[in-house]
Design a protein around this ligand. Sequence first.
Ligand code: PMV
Length: 358
Amino acid sequence: MATTATAPTNIAVLKYWGKNPAFEELMIPTKSSLSFTVDGLFTKTTVEAKKRAGGATKPGISFMLNGKKHAPADREHRYVADFVAKVGMHHPAIDGYDYRIESENNFPTAAGYASSASGFAALIKAMSGEVPELSAIREDDQKLSALARLGSGSATRSIPSRGGFVVWERGVGYPPASSDTPKKAMERSVARTLFPPEHWPELSIIYAKVRAEEKKVKSRAGMKASVETNPIYNAWVDFEEKKMRPEMEAAVSKKDFPALAEKIMMASNNLHQICLGTYPPIAYLNETSFRIIEAAHEMNAGTLKAAYTFDAGPNAVLFSLKKDESRLVSALSSIVGRESLHISRMGAGAAFSQDHLF
Ligand code: PMV
C-alpha cells in the first residue's frame, strides 16, 4: 500500500520573512502572510510506510526526487529526514515506520520556481494518508498546515484544500504575550483559504524567470539575519500586520485590482528594503528584476494594470487582469523572452491522488 498526494506552489503577496525568536524551533513567523495558490505548478509525492520490527530508533528513509535516488548524505535527503524527525516530535507514532518516498515536480526543479512549498505540503499530505496514526488529521487543513511549516514556511500556505487566496496567521504576538505558549502557537499559526479561486477567475499570475548570476543567500539564513540586525524590522512587521494586511484583504474581497496591485508592489519593495537594511546587506534583485519593475510602472501610467512581486531571488511573479494579460506578456517577453514566462491563475490546494508514482 502507498498513498499519493499533490500540492501546488503558492506566491506570497504579503511576505513571510522571519521567525519569532521565542518560538524559533516551531518556525512561528513574526507576522502573518498572504498568498495566491498557483494552478498547474505542483509536486506529486507517493509515500509508503512500513512498520518497523525493532532495532533502529530513527525511521529509515529512501528518497527519490524527479527520478533521482538520493543518498542520506545528500542535501535533499537531509531536508526530508529532518522534516520527518520534526513531525515525529509532535506525532511520535510516525517514528515507528520506515518510509519510501518518491516526489516529482511537474516543473523543472532548476527553473526558479520555489519547490519547497509544494514539496513539503505534498509530503505531509501523503504521510497523513499513509500512516494510520495520522488518519485523524488527513483532512484537517489547519493541523496539516502547522506540520508543513516545519519543513518550509511557505509550505504552510500550499495546504488548504480550497486553495485560492490564503492567509497564514502568525497566531501569537511578536514579541509574545505572557499567555502565548508553544502549544497555542502550534495550534494558531495555521493557514486557511480566505477566498477560493472562483472568487476572481479574471486574475492572471505570470512567472518570469530571470537568469541569476550570483549565488543567493538562502531564505532561512537571510530572514534570521534581518530579524537580528535590521533596526527597522519591528516597525515593518507592525506596518504590514496593522495596515497592509487588512488593506490587501479588502482589495481582494472587492476585486479591486488597482488597489491590490499597489499593495502587492509596495509589499515586495518593502521586503527587499528590509533585506538591503540587513547587516551585512542582502540583495536579491538584479538588473533584469529592475527592468521588470520599470516596465510594470510604465504600463501603470494612468490606471494600475500590472503588479510585480519578488521572493528571495531575482525571478518575478506578475499579476494582471485577463484583459491586460497580453500587453503584460509582450512587455515581459521583450525583457526575458517569451520562453521564460509561465502564465497561470489561482488554483486549488493539496489533495490526495490515486495516480501513484510506484
Ligand atoms: O519557505 P521558506 O521558509 O523558504 O521562506 C520563504 C520566504 C519567501 O518566499 C521569501 C516569502 C514567502 O512568504 O513565501
